[in-house]
Design a protein around this ligand. Structure first.
Ligand code: ADP
Ligand code: MG
Length: 326
């Protein structure tokens, strides 16, 4: 007997939903009713994952559940927000119980870590697509924006870059990816502790989802008249990525332009650099200075041999064909 839409929602989503005191009415009515905190600004974001576009078709349902929430949490991290509630729009080709069980396992594993509540959603039949809308809070006026970079600011990133893009490239070419790199593709870790810690410290922030250079270009575009100089040698790499770029320098393209890093990129005035180090120590999330904001437009890369060249971002966009879909 096939599972009805309502049984499916009850079994895999409502039964597992976390509780938060501000949620007056959660899953089950026509809308959720939430009593938002009086002293906070709400930050709302939505991201959709489509099978074959945002994750390879062979991604496990656990990882799809995890990633659908993680990419949204990454947007809240970039805003300096504390996540609180989310809704889920799920389009499925069929109501496969084993798939749903693993999907909700991955989703609620990450939701439980951050104590956030699923408060509603929508379930439809069609090609596998997962949309999450998330809301979180920041103290009034303290959200981190893309705008705000000033000449002389240090340009920083969290974590390591390029792992996910290299794993995806392997999958697309039929090669078995390095397990640690594949994990970065399937289970991004949203840098929420870093994002919240950057309130009042970073002048601007973005999460790196389209590619390092592309997302730096987005930061610069939000602060007209600014440019950036990036020191290639200082870009943080995992051991696996370091080995690959040393063996084959063309892999730098994955580090600079590859998507799916879900790390944060932010600007901090030079006199406050020590506080960034303290934040990294407090959270255990690595933070590395990779460059400087300039007072003229343009994106410059100082390569390993000390040569400076102007670079153009080639990050992922949906309506041109820079990158083939997996
Ligand atoms: P309506 O017809 O009023 O839009 P639905 O029948 O779509 O309501 O959904 C019934 C209830 O289940 C609603 O509270 C809705 O938010 C919730 N819901 C539906 N799909 C999901 C899902 N995938 N995850 C969480 N809640 C869901
Ligand atoms: Mg209704």
């Amino acid at each position: 007997m096939a599972l009805s839409e309502f049984e499916l929602i009850e079994r895999y989503f409502r039964a597992r939903d976390g509780r938060r005191p501000e949620v007056r009415v959660g899953i089950g009515d026509d809308g959720a009713v939430i009593a938002p905190p009086a002293e906070a600004d709400l930050v709302v974001a939505l991201d959709t994952l489509i099978a074959g576009v945002h994750f390879p078709e062979n991604t496990s349902p656990f990882d799809i559940g995890w990633k659908a929430l993680a990419v949204n949490l990454s947007d809240l991290a970039a805003m300096g927000a504390e996540p609180a509630w989310f809704t889920l729009a799920l389009t499925l080709p069929e109501a496969d119980e084993a798939w749903l069980a693993a999907f909700s396992e991955g989703l609620f594993e990450l939701a439980g870590r951050w104590n956030i509540a699923l408060v509603g959603g929508d379930t439809t039949r069609g090609p596998l697509t997962v949309s999450v809308q998330i809301a979180g809070q920041v103290p009034r006026g303290e959200a981190l924006l893309r705008a705000g970079a000033r000449p002389g600011d240090g340009l920083w990133v969290s974590g390591t870059l390029g792992d996910a893009a290299l794993a995806l490239q392997d999958i697309l070419s039929g090669t078995e990816p390095d397990p640690a790199q594949r994990r970065r593709l399937d289970r991004p870790e949203p840098r929420l502790a870093t994002g919240m810690g950057l309130r009042g410290l970073a002048r601007c922030a973005i999460d790196i989802s389209d590619g390092l250079l592309a997302d730096i270009a987005h930061l610069l575009a939000a602060s007209p008249g600014t440019g950036a100089l990036i020191l290639q040698d200082s870009i943080p790499l995992s051991a696996a990525t370091r080995a690959r770029v040393e063996a084959l320098p063309v892999h730098w393209k994955s580090v600079l332009d590859g998507g799916d890093d879900y790390e944060l990129c932010f600007c901090v005035p030079p006199e406050r650099e020590a506080e960034v180090g303290e934040l990294a120590e407090r959270t255990g999330e690595a933070l590395t200075r990779i460059g400087t904001i300039l007072d003229t437009p343009g994106l410059w890369l100082e390569s390993l041999d000390g040569h400076r060249q102007a670079v153009t971002p080639h990050g992922y966009t949906h309506f041109d064909h820079e990158r083939a879909a997996p």
